[in-house]
Design a protein around this ligand. Structure first.
Ligand SMILES: C[S@@+](CC[C@H](N)C(=O)[O-])C[C@H]1O[C@@H](n2cnc3c(N)ncnc32)[C@H](O)[C@@H]1O
Length: 261
C-alpha cells in the first residue's frame, strides 16, 4: 500500500513535480532555471518528506495492529481499506496541500505529469516545426499536440512507474534518447523527465536547433543539474508559456534555440 501511495506522488519528484512569460528569471538574470517559488517549494518539500516518513511509520504501525486484532478476513480487509483511504488522504494533503485525495489522480489522468494551457499549445504551434518527444509516458501531450495539428512523434522506454494507470493515451512508440540521432530536424520535447541523467543524455545526443522543456528547474522534480548547465551553455531562451500546474508543483514551459544560430 505504501508503494501505491508513493507512486501517486512520483510526478513531483520523490515527493516528488506556474509560469509567466519571461525571457529571464524573476530577478532579471539569465539564470532562467531558478525562480523564487521553486526555491521555496524545494525547502518545503524537505519538511514534507519528514512528514511523509512519519506517515509511513504510522501506517505501518496501524497495519500491524489491524493484523493482530482482526477477528476474521472480512474485518481485516475492511480495516485495511479504511487505513488505505486515510493514508492516501494524509499523503495528498502533505504532498500537495489538497483536501480531495483523488485530485492528483484525476489530474494525472487528464494531463499526465503536467497540464498544458491553450497558450502553451499555441506557442508550440507557432514554432512551426515537427516535434520529437522522448519520455512521453502515456502520451497525453502527444495526443494533445496531434489534436492541435502539430506533427508530434513520441517515444518512451516504458521503464517509468509514474502513473496509477498504464494504458496508452496517445501514440507512444518504444524507444529511448538514442532515437534522436534519426530525427535531427525535429524540435526535442522533454516533459517532466525524471531527476536522473536521462534528460542530460538526451541533450548530449540531440543535434537539432529547438528544445521545448516542461518541468521544474534546479533542485526541483525533474532532470539533473548537468542538464540545466548544458542547456544554459548551448541554448538561448526564446520564450516561456503558462501551464496548468497542480497545487505545489512549479513546472514551466521553456522554448530554447541553439545559441550558435
Ligand atoms: C515522470 S514520467 C513523465 C511522463 C510524461 N512525459 C508526462 O509528463 O506524463 C518520466 C518518463 O520518462 C521515461 N523515461 C525515463 N528514462 C527514459 C529513457 N532513457 N528513454 C525514454 N524514456 C525514458 C519513463 O518511462 C517515464 O515514462
Amino acid at each position: 500500500m505504501i508503494g501505491r501511495i508513493a507512486r501517486l506522488g512520483m510526478c513531483t519528484a520523490g515527493l516528488g513535480m506556474c509560469t509567466t512569460a519571461m525571457a529571464s528569471s524573476d530577478d532579471g538574470s539569465t539564470d532562467f532555471f531558478r525562480w523564487p517559488e521553486l526555491a521555496t517549494a524545494v525547502l518545503q518539500r524537505r519538511d514534507a518528506e519528514v512528514e511523509l516518513r512519519k506517515l509511513a511509520r504510522d501506517v505501518q504501525s496501524q497495519f500491524s495492529t489491524i493484523q493482530a486484532k482482526s477477528k476474521d478476513e472480512q474485518e481485516f480487509q475492511s480495516a485495511v481499506r479504511k487505513l488505505q483511504q486515510e493514508a492516501l488522504r494524509r499523503h495528498q494533503k502533505i504532498a500537495f496541500g489538497v483536501d480531495d485525495p483523488h485530485a492528483r489522480a484525476k489530474y494525472l489522468r487528464k494531463f499526465g505529469c503536467c497540464g498544458w494551457t491553450d497558450g502553451a499549445i499555441d506557442m508550440i504551434r507557432r514554432i512551426g516545426k515537427p516535434i520529437i518527444e522522448i519520455g512521453a509516458g502515456q502520451g497525453h501531450w502527444q495526443k494533445k499536440l496531434s489534436e492541435a495539428g502539430i506533427d508530434a512523434l513520441a517515444f518512451d522506454n516504458f521503464e517509468g512507474d509514474f502513473s496509477i494507470e498504464r494504458e496508452p493515451v496517445g501514440d507512444v512508440k518504444l524507444g529511448d534518447e538514442n532515437v534522436l540521432l534519426a530525427y535531427p530536424d525535429r524540435v526535442l520535447f522533454l516533459c517532466c523527465p525524471p531527476p536522473t541523467d536521462f534528460a542530460e543524455r538526451a541533450i548530449d545526443i540531440f543535434e537539432g536547433h529547438h528544445l521545448i522543456y516542461v518541468g521544474e528547474g534546479y533542485g526541483g522534480a525533474h532532470a539533473n543539474d548537468a542538464f540545466f548547465d548544458k542547456v544554459k551553455a548551448d541554448f538561448d531562451l526564446v520564450e516561456t508559456a503558462e501551464l496548468d500546474n497542480f497545487p505545489m508543483c512549479h513546472e514551466r514551459l521553456f522554448h530554447l534555440r541553439r545559441a550558435s544560430e
